[in-house]
Design a protein. Structure first.
Length: 515
């Protein structure tokens, strides 16, 4: 075979081999299979990365939701930020918490938190994605919609002049702020003026077991045991404080009574009327000693849910709106804020009472039709038992004289006048001895009584603000100890009292924002 023949045969063989190669179908799916496999791996990898992303997102979101709800709860007293951080720490994901913000006031708390984490994707790297972050945020808030305020105001004699003139506009602005920033029917304010006593007014005093001894004023004498709680029994028998002046001298007429007799100074309970509340503030009349303990006691009582029957009685007498028949509200409902604002410019001083023999009934004072007064004393050694206080002479019973009751006597004369003219001078004895026979007093226990009822109020969930307005050192100490905390205590002079009341009112002004 020649060379040309061999070359042609080889070319033909190569042609047939190429034809067989192109016609060969074995292995044609392998490239497609490889491509599909790679796609499946990528999709599966993406699914895994997405699942890991979602798993972490759910963990972050659930931890955020639980933590901010717990932190925003007004019943918990821990730092809100610390509560959120503790939840993340317990979940083992502290490093993912990126921020916590807290906005809070006396009746609200808003907590917002954010978390962020990189899930470090395994398969997304193949697509050039090096980060696959998960972010979550959550917020919770709790706000109190109902508010009850007892405004306890010092009207003792030292408040005269610039102090009462500075107090009035400050207290009026307080009322306006509370009511203007509250939903209708959500806020009530009680005003409790106090000096040596608290004049309840007849409708309020009638809700307790007290026999009326006179009609000039309506103060109750409370035992020490009444100050261990914010409530007060309606069945226990109490004494109606007498209408008497223990302050005036032996030659002056009574003017400053232990229980203030001015109707403007009577307690105003559970009102939502700006007109009535500000009218009460405008009409306050100062005078007398200082009994902060009594002011706090009656202020706390009007916030105590056990006083419901008392409020019902006032509603029946038209003194409280029927819309508030459910007040004082229960504190554990979670949507009620009870605030006790106690203001004083002094310190606890003496509270006087009449001893039992001089509260009621016939006295030893007789008055003739001509206006001459006689002091009767049963002098067994003589028939001259009537002492003419004008002449200083003893005589038999004059004609046309009438026996006065003790309430009549003390409405007309001060205790010192009575002690001197109707006892000490006729009998040649000491005026102070007879003053002490006629009166009893409470002084040494007043600070402890005050702190007891303040503690009871705070334990009952009442927020107590204390304002020392140009008060002496002991007064400042007592009012600061009464307050819920040092942050709830204010000391003010002059016009600063307006800033203090405004500051307190502003903390309650979020009441228009309900839960």
């Amino acid at each position: 075979m020649n060379t040309q023949a061999k070359g042609g045969a080889a070319a033909t063989g190569r042609h047939h081999a190429m034809t067989r190669f192109w016609r060969q179908e074995d292995g044609t799916l392998l490239p497609l299979g490889m491509i599909m496999l790679m796609l499946m791996v990528l999709i599966g990898g993406l699914a895994i990365d997405i699942m890991r992303h979602e798993e972490k997102r759910v963990l972050l979101q659930q931890t955020l939701d639980r933590s901010v709800l717990a932190a925003a709860n007004l019943n918990q007293t821990l730092d809100a930020t610390a509560v959120v951080e503790d939840y993340f720490d317990k979940a083992g994901i502290s490093e993912y918490l990126s921020g916590v913000t807290v906005d809070e006031g006396i009746n609200f708390r808003v907590v917002n938190a954010e978390a962020k984490a990189d899930t470090n994707p395994f398969f997304m790297h193949l697509m050039g994605i090096d980060e696959f972050n998960v972010a979550a945020d959550s917020g919770a808030e709790e706000r109190i919609s109902n508010v009850e305020v007892s405004l306890v105001l010092d009207i003792s004699g030292s408040m005269d002049g610039s102090r009462i003139n500075n107090l009035r506009p400050a207290a009026r602005d307080f009322v306006d702020t509370i009511l203007a920033n509250s939903e209708p029917g959500k806020a009530t304010i009680s005003i409790i003026p106090y000096s040596a006593q608290v004049n309840l007014g007849k409708p309020l005093m009638d809700q307790f077991n007290v026999a009326d001894l006179h009609t000039n004023s309506y103060c109750m004498e409370l035992p020490d045991s009444a100050f261990t709680t914010t409530g007060l029994s309606r069945t226990t028998a109490y004494i109606h404080n007498g209408h008497f002046d223990p302050f005036a001298g032996t030659s002056t007429a009574p003017s400053t009574f232990n229980c203030t007799h001015h109707a403007a100074n009577q307690v105003l309970a559970l009102s939502d009327s700006a007109t009535a509340l500000k009218g009460k503030i405008n009409g306050l009349v100062v005078g007398g000693n200082t009994s902060i303990d009594l002011g706090v006691k009656w202020g706390a009582l009007l916030l105590d849910p056990t006083a419901g029957p008392v409020i019902d009685g006032l509603i029946n007498q038209g003194k409280v709106s029927a819309a508030y028949s459910d007040r004082p509200l229960q504190r554990d409902t979670g949507d009620t804020l009870k605030v006790l604002v106690v203001m004083t410019d002094g310190e606890n001083t003496t509270e006087y009472t009449l001893t039992s023999a001089y509260r009621s009934g016939s006295s030893n004072v007789w008055r003739s039709s001509g206006g001459t007064f006689y002091a009767f004393h049963d002098r067994s050694n003589t028939s001259s038992d009537y002492y003419n206080i004008s002449t200083g002479n003893w005589s038999t019973k004059p004609s046309g004289v009438s026996n006065w009751t003790w309430p009549q006597v003390f409405t007309t004369y001060s205790v010192n006048y009575v002690a001197y003219n109707f006892f000490a001078r006729p009998l040649g004895q000491s005026t102070s001895t007879w003053f002490n026979n006629i009166t009893d007093s409470v002084s040494s226990t007043k600070n402890s009584r005050m702190q007891q009822v303040c503690t009871a109020a705070k334990s009952a969930g009442i927020v107590v603000y204390g304002i020392a307005f140009e008060a002496p050192s002991n007064g400042r100490v007592q009012i600061q100890n009464c307050a819920t905390s040092d942050a709830h205590y204010f000391s003010a002079t002059g016009l600063e009292i307006q800033t203090v009341f405004r500051s307190i009112a502003n903390q309650i002004s979020y009441l228009r924002l309900t839960q």
